[in-house]
Design a protein around this ligand. Structure first.
Ligand code: C2E
Ligand code: C2E
Ligand code: C2E
Length: 89
């Protein structure tokens, strides 16, 4: 086991996401809205997503999962802790 503890979750900051321009964040916003709808999870300020979903999003954004994670941290949508969630890929 890692000395830093268990693999952190990928937690999307939905309020920050809503503030970003559509050209950048539109695809992620639609993806998150779809997951919220499938779960019936509409009232959250954050949304925990699957590691598999970050892989799919990386394909959509034409980046590696690590590159997309850096971009989302830069936008303030993911916590820097998320880096550790992607190291295991
Ligand atoms: P499913 O994948 O067949 O999952 C059925 C139910 O199992 C989910 O119902 C949830 O109660 C539970 N479940 C599955 N995986 C996890 C998990 O990693 N953590 C937790 N806490 N529970 C889990 P729910 O939430 O109503 O979702 C219904 C369906 O919506 C899911 O069926 C899946 O097809 C889709 N879905 C929901 N959230 C996600 C997501 O984050 N990513 C993807 N790709 N699909 C999702
Ligand atoms: P946590 O995972 O650290 O989440 C802390 C709080 O962030 C949650 O408090 C909730 O307010 C919010 N949150 C995180 N992910 C989501 C999300 O996908 N949707 C929404 N709407 N809110 C989210 P909450 O609900 O009181 O849960 C407290 C703790 O209980 C969680 O801490 C976690 O340890 C556990 N828990 C809650 N739901 C699940 C679950 O589906 N699976 C697992 N394994 N643990 C859960
Ligand atoms: P979590 O609920 O704490 O689940 C942590 C990990 O346990 C998941 O990481 C997944 O690898 C495994 N796991 C938990 N429940 C199931 C399940 O029913 N089926 C399978 N095959 N694996 C399961 P993962 O996939 O990266 O998901 C991360 C977090 O995203 C979950 O933490 C949960 O907060 C959220 N999540 C993912 N899928 C769903 C879903 O379908 N419904 C809901 N409500 N939350 C989900």
């Amino acid at each position: 086991p890692s000395p830093l503890g268990p693999t952190p979750k990928l937690v999307i900051d939905l309020e920050r996401l809503a503030q970003l321009p559509k050209e950048k964040a539109g695809a992620l916003a639609r993806y998150a809205a779809t997951i919220q709808s499938q779960r019936g999870d509409y009232n959250g300020k954050v949304l925990s997503i699957r590691q598999e979903d970050l892989r799919s999003l990386a394909v959509i954004y034409d980046k590696s999962p690590a590159e997309l994670t850096e971009e989302l941290i830069g936008w303030g949508v993911l916590d820097p802790e998320a880096r550790r969630a992607v190291e295991s890929f």
